[in-house]
Design a protein around this ligand. Sequence first.
Ligand SMILES: Cc1cc2nc3c(=O)[nH]c(=O)nc-3n(C[C@H](O)[C@H](O)[C@H](O)COP(=O)(O)OP(=O)(O)OC[C@H]3O[C@@H](n4cnc5c(N)ncnc54)[C@H](O)[C@@H]3O)c2cc1C
Length: 522
Amino acid sequence: MHAGAGIGSSIGTRRFLARDAHRVVGAHAQPERRQSAGRGRLRLPLAREVDHSLRVNETATDVLVIGAGPSGLAVGGRLKQAGVAFELLERAPKVASRWRDHYERLHLHTFRDLSRLPDHPWPLGVAAYPSRDQVVAYFEEHARKNTLRPRFEREVTSLRREGARWVATTRGPHGDERWSAPRVVVATGYNRVPNRPRWPGDEGFAGRVMHAAEYRNGREWLGKRALVVGSGNSGAEIVLDLFEHGATTAMCVRHPTHVSPRDLFGVIPTQVLGLGLGWLPPKLFDRLALPMTKRLVGDLSAYGITRPERGPMELLQATGRVPLLDIGTVELIRQGRVTVYPGIERFDGAELVFVDGRRAAFDVVVLATGYHAALEGFLDGVERLVDGKGHPTAFGEEHPDAPGLYFVGYRNPPTGAIHDIAKEAVRVAKSIADAATTPATTTTATTSSGTTPNATTSGAKRSAADPADSGKKPAADPADSGKKPAADPADSGKKSAADPADSGKKSAADPADSGKKKGART
Ligand SMILES: Cc1cc2nc3c(=O)[nH]c(=O)nc-3n(C[C@H](O)[C@H](O)[C@H](O)COP(=O)(O)OP(=O)(O)OC[C@H]3O[C@@H](n4cnc5c(N)ncnc54)[C@H](O)[C@@H]3O)c2cc1C
């Protein structure tokens, strides 16, 4: 056991030995696997935990969590607190690897206190919209505080149901390994694989084409001609970055796009609008919100940015496209310092030809064209679990078509992805912990994370060996967990506009819940 092993691990192990002779814990495990995380001790497998007839190199636990980004960390933290044993599998060598890899200029587009993991307030002194490095440090601190010990450099290459368990196969420097559990939380992110559109002639382009995922900064493009394709938040910020680095910058806006200032009247995060009014029917929401953003942003059609016919909430629900939260790009466009082009028709040598017939030469084209969750890359039978965009059709609860399978983090709602990740994680962890609850038991078992499970005092959690046994429907309201966050943003002197992540309250203002489950550009 590792990342979050708690009381459930010892009880779960015993239970599995009695019931499931085909399972093995540590039969051929490397010593590292039995490491008592946090104390640096090695715990060798107990004889009674080993069945030498069992599969080589398989670790059995109660829950597998795949991905140590914000979603996996949030779930891990909550499972840990509930004393549920789990393994956290991560392909990268560190937590929050995607955030580390994003371009350097990146800041949260959503308000700090509305973008936080459960029970983990932002430190004092961090700006309202923290930088990428601050975001990474925040996630690192969450993992440290919760003594999470992800299994790094384990890329899940296959996840399938075998009998009553989910079996993950990983590859990496540790070799091929198998991990199994009755429950699995998939938290590999909706931005797993960059979406790279192709155009006629692009293979002969004289300049460079890169996805936003590869873009680091604009230094090398000083004095060069750059085009950013895509009008999501990443695209708009990369435009700013290139401009600030002295590139002649243009933006390709392929679709009509809603634009809002990031802060209404310069002070209120637009995200608050989504939270406050998001419970309204989309048409009504749009009728109220649109006049305000129109007034604040004005008509940009003369510059090449038109408004969609549908309002922002309706559009989000239909297509998953969130409005662009402007942090200065629009002003550059208005000033004529950034040119807007429509869709690309084709590449032609060093030039691009646009659908309106204009053509222009570029040295670099940055594709801020979004990502795919690409769950089909490892999840067996995924077709019946996802929508047309490849996003899970259920999240924040057990998938109705796959016992023991949970997804967290596959939405990009107007309330902010991290905001909703926190809520989903609370619900999922509670659902899993509820299914695993047994009468109070006292144990002195040393967990692999080196912590004393809180479950010893508050009612032990055992491993839910078979989710089918539980028959439990996840609680709709995470507030039921009755868990008071360790700290609250209010403590910082700043009253957060809303913090459903902690209160666990099913916020009425959760438009994403009511809508189609589609991700979007960032
Ligand atoms: C550029 C950008 C800016 C964003 N800005 C904001 C913002 O301001 N506010 C906001 O609320 N949201 C924002 N988001 C959206 C969202 O909050 C982030 O994408 C967030 O990181 C999602 O967390 P996650 O854990 O679900 O996914 P990820 O952060 O993508 O983490 C998934 C983890 O799973 C691992 N993984 C993937 N596949 C495997 C595998 N097969 N085996 C093992 N491990 C695997 C990855 O290495 C990664 O560590 C932004 C997204 C992007 C791309």
